[in-house]
Write a protein that binds this ligand. Structure first.
Ligand SMILES: Nc1ncnc2c1ncn2[C@@H]1O[C@H](COP(=O)(O)OP(=O)(O)OP(=O)(O)O)[C@@H](O)[C@H]1O
Ligand SMILES: [Mg+2]
Length: 319
């Protein structure tokens, strides 16, 4: 069991995860959360990997879908690979589901081994639908295919959730997207997802991307995905010691996104920056307790918002 300071964060997250799981059992399937921001390098993949791990540790069965040709989250969850996995998400996006050699999600999804981003408790709870750089070559194929932007939705909703439910039921699916939301991959994710989690930073230079991201989500909502909403925003790389600009930045994020901004912000930390390279993470044993506790608290807040949105949708009869 983690030391006492950490237990607080762990227990609160455990509780919200159990409530969420109960909700999922009644509605029949887990939420599909898209991690998106127009801006690059603000921590989308890092937050996807760490949140997935934190949630797996408290007993949720989590699937991470890597939809970025850079394959960052694949490298974070499967460190020390000699080469990136194949087959990967791109092969699923192009397979002929009716053909003799059809690939299905179960052929591509991998379990994430313990001891890297998470502790052994989570073993058997965290799965990855990996990406490799070949994905980048599919842009034109998908852009000119009649179903290009809908294939991911089909894979997730019909194959992973509906058919997979019998054998492999995920509580939560997190899709990591590339920056620049006008790529076909990010657009596909905004069509396939139920809700958006937006990481951002307090840096003034990253503020413009918030409005662009909101605009992109509005476009996806217009026809293809009416129920899509930003369910929560997480401020990442926060450094209170850097002074006025940083706290003004945090206020600017709150002005743009209101009460969707969850607390506490995620601090700029070496233990996070070093995570993938050193094959350790904020959450693994031996790392600093306070940042791990804070991160679990942020994740608890995000899960509370997701749960509230599911309640809202089911009271409308939407799910
Ligand atoms: N809170 C943090 N403290 C310190 N470093 C961080 C933090 N969050 C992310 N980083 C580092 O910042 C870099 C960018 O993070 P990450 O790859 O997660 O961003 P991204 O938004 O997914 O980028 P891209 O747009 O390229 O996909 C990485 O080196 C990561 O380790
Ligand atoms: Mg990334």
């Amino acid at each position: 069991m983690p030391a006492s300071k950490e237990v607080n964060g762990f227990e609160a997250l455990f509780k919200v995860a159990k409530n969420y799981q109960k909700k999922v059992k009644t509605t029949g399937n887990g939420a599909v959360i898209v991690i998106a921001n127009e801006k690059g390098g603000i921590g989308k993949s890092t937050i996807t990997a760490l949140m997935a791990a934190a949630l797996a540790e408290v007993g949720l069965k989590v699937l991470v879908v890597d939809l970025d040709p850079q394959s960052s989250v694949t490298q974070m969850l499967l460190p020390n690979l000699e080469k990136l996995p194949s087959p990967a998400i791109g092969d699923l996006l192009t397979t002929d589901f009716d053909g003799d050699n059809a690939l299905f999600p179960a052929d591509v999804i991998q379990p994430v081994p313990a001891g890297t981003v998470y502790n052994n408790e989570a073993l058997g709870q965290l799965f990855l639908l990996p990406s490799n750089p070949q994905l980048g070559k599919l842009n034109n194929y998908l852009a000119t295919n009649i179903n290009g932007r809908q294939i991911l939705k089909f894979i997730i909703k019909e194959l992973v959730i509906e058919e997979g439910a019998l054998v492999n039921e995920y509580d939560l699916i997190l899709i990591d997207t590339p920056s620049q939301l006008d790529s076909i991959f990010a657009e596909s994710a905004l069509i396939a997802g139920d809700m958006v989690l937006m990481p951002t930073t307090p840096r003034p230079v990253d503020q413009w991307a918030i409005a662009q991201t909101i605009q992109k989500i509005r476009e996806a909502k217009r026809v293809a995905n009416r129920g899509l909403e930003i369910v929560a925003a997480v401020v990442n790389m926060y450094d209170p010691r850097s002074g006025l600009v940083e706290s003004e930045g945090l206020e600017a994020v709150k002005a743009a996104l209101g009460d969707r901004v969850v607390e506490p912000p995620i601090r700029s930390l070496k233990t996070i920056a070093n995570s993938p390279a050193k094959s350790t993470s904020l959450l693994t044993t031996g790392q600093a307790q306070k940042p791990a506790d804070d991160f679990r608290q942020t994740t608890t807040e995000v899960m509370s918002r997701i749960l509230a949105r599911l309640d809202q949708l089911s009271s409308k009869g939407g799910r």
